[in-house]
Design a binder for this molecule. Structure first.
Ligand code: ZN
Length: 229
């Protein structure tokens, strides 16, 4: 059989694909009706194609051939598809200069952040990295080949109820979620800030995140505000 090239996609795209593919197995376990299972199969294919238009061309036939009549058939399809995708790692920080102005951290904190980031990108599949440094939660991600990040302020007041993580869209409570604000000083000398609740633990958040855009938007708040004239 010809060697098939694996396609390298972002962590969030991979999560999106993995979770859609897992729906096939869920539908098998939830329903005995093959018509229902095949409807889930077709809906799954449609959902994936919305993000990956080439997917229909490449996998339309194998989806069609999967009658959803045995678990093995479904796990084979899962393995076939997921085996052809791998995750693009976030780039390493080569020199302090690359992120110094972006994060505005003191030397010691900056060094600690860079060390943590570089270790994390080597060992984990990530959309972003975050590290708690004193009263800040510092974030870094990449968009269009450029680093995007911010040292956000952590709110001291503990939230009691469940809060939705702005990044992975799961509900978390207590110490699992942190309320952070990104504050900008405008040209008029006024302060304006944007707050969000985000998972305290970047590792667990990164396993579920399906979209980078909301995080990038939040992290760019200060940058964009300070550019406004
Ligand atoms: Zn999260």
């Amino acid at each position: 059989m010809a060697e098939v090239e694996t396609r390298v996609i972002s962590n969030e795209d991979y999560n999106f694909l993995r979770k859609r593919m897992l729906r096939l197995e869920e539908s098998y376990k939830q329903s005995n009706d093959p018509t229902v299972r095949r409807a889930v199969r077709d809906k799954t294919l449609f959902d994936i194609c919305e993000r990956f238009p080439d997917f229909l061309y490449e996998y339309g036939d194998v989806f069609e051939c999967c009658a959803m009549s045995s678990l093995k058939e479904i796990t084979d399809l899962y393995d076939l598809v997921m085996g052809r995708f791998s995750i693009k790692q976030l780039p390493k920080i080569e020199s302090e200069k690359e992120v110094k102005r972006l994060l505005k951290l003191k030397d010691k904190a900056l060094k600690s952040f860079i060390k943590g980031y570089n270790e994390a990108v080597e060992t984990h599949n990530l959309t972003y990295y975050s590290q708690r440094i004193d009263d800040k939660l510092v974030f870094l991600t990449v968009q269009d080949g450029e680093f995007v990040g911010a040292a956000t302020d952590v709110s001291r007041s503990q939230r009691n109820g469940e809060c939705l993580c702005h990044v992975c869209r799961r509900f978390k409570r207590g110490p699992e979620i942190t309320f952070v604000t990104n504050t900008a000083k405008t040209t008029k000398g006024e302060y304006s800030s944007l707050g969000q609740t985000i998972c305290s633990d970047y590792e667990s958040c990164n396993r579920e995140v399906e979209d980078r855009e909301p995080l990038v938007k939040f992290l760019r708040y200060k940058l964009d505000k300070e550019r406004e004239r």
